[in-house]
Design a protein around this ligand. Structure first.
Ligand SMILES: [Zn+2]
Ligand SMILES: [Zn+2]
Length: 269
């Protein structure tokens, strides 16, 4: 039930200067990003339900009345698509997501129920924002182009990073090795309220209660580690940049079973 839920000012934090042309907005526990491009800007993800007004006001403070050229989704979980459909009333722009994510965005398929035994502390915090049912964007959401490049977002490549969801993608800019990872991994431990309150950046696996395929999630972190990023900006947690990022991500990839995979789903050796 999302009616009547209001987001408090203290739960909205701007995350500026993440990388050239990349700025973020954290609403409660969830980040969205605005990326400047040659001809304008692109919005990455769409936050929790009821956050459309916040996202719009933030965007207006940076871009005036200029709407984004596109909204690009890392995946379709409710905490990344919450500004829909209202945000499209103001911004009639194309929405892109991976082909495998489209059924979840067109009301045809529901994500598996969260695995509360994999750590559910935060789930209760987000409970007021649970949607009533799957979102249906119909034809307004289109598949990401197969050549890896989103129109009007040419400096970036999308990379299929499944595991957290089937059609999860990350975005990489080769020129300065900036990586937007969605929920492929986090820089805060999503299951722990304390870690979120302090937001001390350190690398963790994807949000455990919502990750459906741990083997794929591990392979995706390996793919992202091989990019040797200098800056990572996640869906949950603070962005991190500097020479320490790539070794930290290598470490997460190499020790994924130990650091990220919930114990009860670890395969017997
Ligand atoms: Zn997610
Ligand atoms: Zn998320």
């Amino acid at each position: 039930m999302t009616d009547g839920i209001e987001i408090n000012d203290r739960d909205v934090v701007t995350l500026d200067s993440i990388a050239p042309g990349v700025r973020g907005l954290r609403i409660l526990l969830v980040n969205v990003y605005a990326v400047s491009t040659a001809n304008g800007w692109v919005l990455i993800d769409a936050g929790l339900p009821m956050s459309h007004g916040r996202i719009r006001r933030w965007a207006e403070s940076h871009f005036g009345s200029r709407k984004p050229s596109a909204i690009v989704l890392t995946h379709g979980h409710f905490d990344h698509v919450g500004a829909f459909p209202q945000i499209l009333d103001a911004w009639d722009v194309p929405v892109f997501a991976h082909q495998l994510e489209l059924p979840y965005l067109r009301g045809e398929k529901k994500y598996p129920a969260p695995d509360m035994t994999a750590g559910g502390g935060v789930m209760s915090l987000l409970a007021p924002f649970y949607p009533r049912g799957p979102i249906n964007l119909g034809d307004r959401v289109q598949p990401l182009p197969l050549n890896g490049i989103v129109p009007e977002f040419e400096d970036w490549k999308w990379i299929h990073t499944p595991g957290h969801t089937e059609g999860h993608v990350s975005f990489f800019r080769d020129s300065d090795r900036t990586l937007l990872v969605g929920d492929a991994f986090c820089t805060t431990k999503q299951e722990s309220l304390t870690a979120i309150a302090t937001q001390k950046p350190e690398l963790h696996g994807p949000p455990a209660y919502y990750t459906s395929d741990w083997d794929a999630a591990k392979a995706s972190v390996e793919i992202l580690a091989n990019l040797q990023p200098l800056c990572v900006a996640p869906g949950h947690g603070l962005a991190m940049s500097g020479a320490d990022v790539a070794p930290a991500l290598d470490d997460l990839a190499k020790n994924f079973d130990e650091l990220a995979r919930p114990k009860k789903t670890r395969r017997a050796a």
